[in-house]
Design a protein around this ligand. Sequence first.
Ligand code: SF4
Ligand code: SF4
Length: 105
Amino acid sequence: METYNNFEKELKRLPIEEREKLIEEKKAKCICPTCPSYNKCAIVEREKLFCMIGRSFLCISFEEGCKCDECPIKKEYKLKYNYFCTRSDEKGQRYLNSVWGSTLV
Ligand code: SF4
Ligand code: SF4
């Protein structure tokens, strides 16, 4: 079983407080703020960890590069995709790929 799937299961199993704590821990490792696509709005709204919690809700609409390949979270969970802020989280991109057989590029 892939580690990303295990993480998802663990997250669902946890009580809300522990879930939020775990997400904050993972957010601390997210390197999105070093990325050219990351903007001032995302800083103010504290948007991060798009790979796990979904695309940018308010702030990021344009792709100007992606640092996910250098991120420890991507390595830790063996994530396959990138540009999570604009294209959906890992789960969403895996689903789209399974339906359409390609990424949104
Ligand atoms: S893989 Fe990308 S979105 Fe996920 S934590 Fe790392 S930098 Fe952030
Ligand atoms: S998900 Fe990728 S493109 Fe989006 S801000 Fe994070 S590193 Fe940049």
